[in-house]
Design a binder for this molecule. Structure first.
Ligand code: HEM
Length: 189
């Protein structure tokens, strides 16, 4: 079997857990702030070629997010991270159950813009974007439109952290829905 070189994505493969999550989510008046814990599982799934011109290496992941106060699963997400060795482009594509899918494109930050020894992935998408984009149900477009997504994911050895901002048009306002957490690599069983 051919050995796959996952490049900067290689260190993500595995199971990660974190209990320092902070979520700020929309309410009709003001916002709700939720503490959360989560598990993210990344698996290397090989490579793919597009139009016989582009080769991507791929990880698939599942993210399960639970409220700290009662352990209810209140966010679930699955998707892919890809890396194009020829261009350095990193793409994070994912879906959430509300009827929203995102293709966020970006890169690995160069060492001048990343902590020593860390690999920092920066990706973003806009609903009007020409590179990547956001697809959502007509209900969500009308009532809870996601207009932009941006994320910084930092891999530093056995620690994985992220910060993300989702711009929403909801309840007749523009709302900055944010999430961040710090996760620790779990020993492989
Ligand atoms: C750790 C990640 C996330 C957590 C914990 C989270 C949590 C929440 C919570 C608690 C709400 C409001 C309460 C509700 O109606 O369920 C909400 C609303 C929403 N979230 Fe997230 N979210 C996360 C990530 C995302 C992402 C990545 C997207 C889209 C790209 C997204 C899109 C939305 C939308 C469109 C709403 C408005 C729906 C509504 O409040 O009725 N969320 N989220």
């Amino acid at each position: 079997m051919t050995e796959i070189n996952y490049g900067p994505l290689a260190g993500l493969i595995g199971v990660w857990k974190g209990d320092k999550g902070t979520d700020i989510a929309p309410e009709p008046v003001g916002s709700e702030n939720n503490a959360y814990f989560e598990t993210i599982t990344f698996e290397g799934i090989g490579d793919v070629s597009n139009a016989e011109a582009q080769t991507l290496v791929l990880l698939h992941y599942v993210q399960v997010v639970q409220r700290s106060e009662n352990s209810d699963v209140f966010h679930h997400q699955t998707g892919y991270w890809s890396w194009d060795a020829a261009t350095g482009v990193v793409t994070h594509s994912f879906a959430i159950p509300r009827g929203v899918s995102v293709v966020a494109c970006g890169k690995v930050l160069d060492t001048d813009h990343a902590p020593a020894n860390a690999i920092v992935f920066q990706v973003s998408a806009e609903d009007t974007g020409f590179d990547g984009g956001i697809a959502q149900s007509s209900f969500m477009q009308r009532k809870a439109n996601t207009s932009a997504f941006s994320q910084i994911l930092t891999l530093d050895g056995d620690t994985l952290s992220y910060e993300q901002t989702i711009m929403l048009d909801i309840y007749s306002k523009t709302f900055e829905h944010t999430d961040s957490n710090i996760l620790v690599r779990q020993p492989s069983s």
